[in-house]
Design a binder for this molecule. Structure first.
Ligand code: G3P
Ligand code: CA
Length: 253
C-alpha cells in the first residue's frame, strides 16, 4: 500500500510515540526514541527545526528554554552551541547529558532500529533548499520508505513535494476547515492528521478522509477513553506520549 510508510498491524492502529516515549524520558532526545523502540512503538514522531547555521536539530519549541538548560531562540544558535546544551536534566537528573539531537543522530538510530517508522514534523516555513537538509540524509540512510514528512505549514509540505516527490507527506491541521480535502489533494499528501478534539466534534471526518484515500493519525491521546473513541472511529494511527500503555491497552481489549 503506497499510502502507508509503515502498515498498521492487523486489527489495530499504529502506535506513534509522540516526541519519543516522552512520558518516561525527556521529549525529542535519543533516550526518548530508544525508549519508544524498546516499548515496541511502531513509529516515532519528532519535531525538527533549523539552527542559525542551517543545521537540522530535533526540538519542539522555537526556543530552547523549556527543554534545555539554555535560553533563546534555536534559530539564533549555531550547531556548535546547540551541542553544549543539556536536554535531559529538566526532566530528571537521570537524563543529565542528553543532547538536542542532530537529524543525523536520528537517522543513525533509525538505521539501527529496523522497521521503526518515522513521523517527521517540520516546524515552521521551510524553503526547498532547507528541506533538502532532511530529504538528502533520509535518502542516504535508506529511510525514505518508512518516513512520512508532515507539517502544519502548507508551504513546507509543498517544498517537500517539490524537492522529493516520492517522500510521503502529511498535513497537520488544528481544525477541519471546509477546503481541507482540496488542500490535501493539491499538496499530494497521503495523510491528514488532526487533534483528537476535532474528531470528537466531527466524528465523520475519518470517513471523509478515508473516502479521499487519506490516512489519519490523531494526536495526542494519552487516556484509554480517548484511545477507545479513536479506535471506534477507525483511525490509522494514535499519537501518544504513552506508547507502552497504549500497546498494553490495545493487546488487552
Ligand atoms: O504529530 C502531531 C503533533 O505532534 C502536533 O503537535 O505541538 O506536539 O508538535 P505538537
Ligand atoms: Ca510534533
Amino acid at each position: 500500500d503506497m499510502t502507508r510508510a509503515v502498515p498498521p498491524p492487523p486489527g489495530r492502529p499504529l502506535v506513534v510515540a509522540h516526541r519519543g516515549n516522552s512520558a518516561v524520558a525527556p521529549q525529542n532526545t535519543l533516550a526518548a526514541f530508544e525508549a519508544a523502540a524498546r516499548a515496541g512503538a511502531d513509529v516515532v514522531e519528532l519535531d525538527v527545526r533549523l539552527t542559525a547555521d542551517g543545521e537540522v536539530v530535533v526540538l519542539h519549541d522555537d526556543t530552547v528554554d523549556a527543554t534545555t538548560n539554555g535560553s533563546g531562540k534555536i534559530a539564533d544558535f549555531d550547531l556548535r552551541e546547540v551541542r553544549l546544551l543539556d536536554a535531559g536534566s529538566w526532566f530528571s537528573p537521570a537524563y543529565a547529558g542528553q543532547r538536542v539531537p542532530t537529524f543525523d543522530a536520528v537517522t543513525d538510530l533509525l538505521r539501527a532500529r529496523q522497521g521503526l517508522g518515522l513521523l517527521l514534523e517540520l516546524k515552521g516555513a521551510w524553503t526547498a533548499r532547507q528541506v533538502r537538509r532532511v530529504t538528502e540524509p533520509l535518502r542516504a540512510a535508506g529511510l525514505v520508505d518508512r518516513t512520512v514528512a508532515q507539517s502544519f505549514w502548507p508551504e513546507t509540505v509543498a517544498a517537500v513535494r517539490d524537492v522529493d516527490p516520492d517522500l510521503r507527506r502529511g498535513l497537520l491541521v488544528a481544525t477541519a476547515h471546509e477546503d481541507l480535502l482540496e488542500r490535501c489533494a493539491d499538496l499530494g499528501v497521503v495523510a491528514c492528521n488532526p487533534p483528537g478534539t476535532v474528531l470528537r466534534d466531527d466524528p465523520d471526518l475519518v470517513r471523509r478522509l478515508h473516502d479521499a484515500a487519506l490516512t489519519t493519525a490523531v494526536w495526542t491521546l494519552n487516556e484509554p477513553a480517548h484511545w477507545g473513541q479513536a479506535v471506534a472511529l477507525g483511525v490509522d494511527g494514535i499519537i501518544t506520549d504513552r506508547p507502552d500503555r497504549l500497546l498494553g491497552w490495545l493487546a488487552g481489549r
